[in-house]
Ligand binder design. Structure first.
Ligand code: PAF
Length: 273
């Protein structure tokens, strides 16, 4: 596995590459969820590139940027063992200049849900993803569907800016008790870890209600909120896959989304129904 840290060096290295490139952008602290993205890329493309970059621009001032878990050595081993060809490990100075052209998330889809309490978050995500895609020029780029709003906005960016990469969404990986894997799970105490199971329980409840043909969005949200009640709820929402508000679940075209705070940790999860 080759490790490259300079954007222009990576661009130069890939300049005449004719093989298909699968790209998995990450912020490190890799877990099974990331490994499933890498495996998918490995199966579908000839060269697999993973980036590890904790993007300062997607954290607001009061967020956990400086505390975000860093596991460079373990991450490098995971990449090596998962068959990654190139690990791209830039630092912030290599990615950002002091006077930046910036990318703004659209109002309607960027400032709801996650974006409501983190208004600059998706500007930072889109800016860095755009930069990374321009550096790597992948055939396909892989993102977890757990970050559904991020996935939706990246798809929109790629479409609206006429970019040629194909964006692939990969299913959420869960612990055996239902907790969705996240790099932030390491922050949870034992008690918080138990409390966090309310998130997947509320999503399973939504799934069961929908299977029973209870499709009224307000009724489902109310039931979910009862399960989640002891936690600080940022949002419980049911939207169609264009992230538009709906009154009735459209089976095959809906997403049920939850974000809560467990202790000091924001956790989000969703199911696509
Ligand atoms: O999902 C993430 O890990 C990050 O938001 C991403 C896409 C790597 C951009 O920093």
């Amino acid at each position: 596995m080759k490790i490259i840290s300079k954007p222009l060096e990576l661009k130069k290295y890939l300049k005449d590459e004719e093989k298909s490139i699968g790209f998995v952008p990450t912020m490190g602290a890799l877990h099974e969820g990331h490994i499933s993205l890498i495996k998918r890329a490995r199966g579908e493309t000839e060269i697999v590139i993973v980036s590890i970059f904790v993007n300062p621009k997607q954290f607001s001032k009061d967020e956990d940027f400086s505390k975000y878990p860093k596991k460079d050595e373990a991450d490098t081993k995971i990449c090596e063992m998962s068959g990654v060809d190139i690990l791209f490990f830039p630092n912030a100075k290599d990615i950002y200049g002091c006077d930046e052209v910036s990318l703004l998330a659209p109002n309607i889809r960027g400032f709801v849900l996650e974006g409501l309490t983190r208004p600059t978050h998706f500007n930072g995500v889109l800016t860095v993803v755009m930069k990374l895609l321009n550096i790597v020029s992948p055939t396909k780029a892989y993102f977890g569907k757990k970050d559904a709003q991020q996935f939706n906005l990246i798809n929109l960016m790629v479409k609206q800016l006429f970019m040629s990469v194909e964006i692939i969404g990969v299913e959420t990986v869960r612990e055996s008790d239902g907790l969705a894997l996240s790099s932030r799970n390491v922050y949870l105490s034992k008690k918080e870890r138990r409390e966090s199971l309310k998130i997947s329980s509320s999503l399973y409840l939504a799934g069961n209600l929908i299977v029973k043909n209870i499709l009224d969005v307000d009724t489902i949200k109310e039931q979910m909120q009862k399960i989640l009640a002891p936690l600080e709820i940022f949002y419980v929402e049911i939207l169609n896959r264009n992230f538009e508000i709906i009154k009735e679940v459209e089976v095959g075209n809906s997403i049920v989304l939850v974000e809560v705070k467990v202790g000091n940790t924001r956790l989000l999860d969703n199911i696509w129904l």
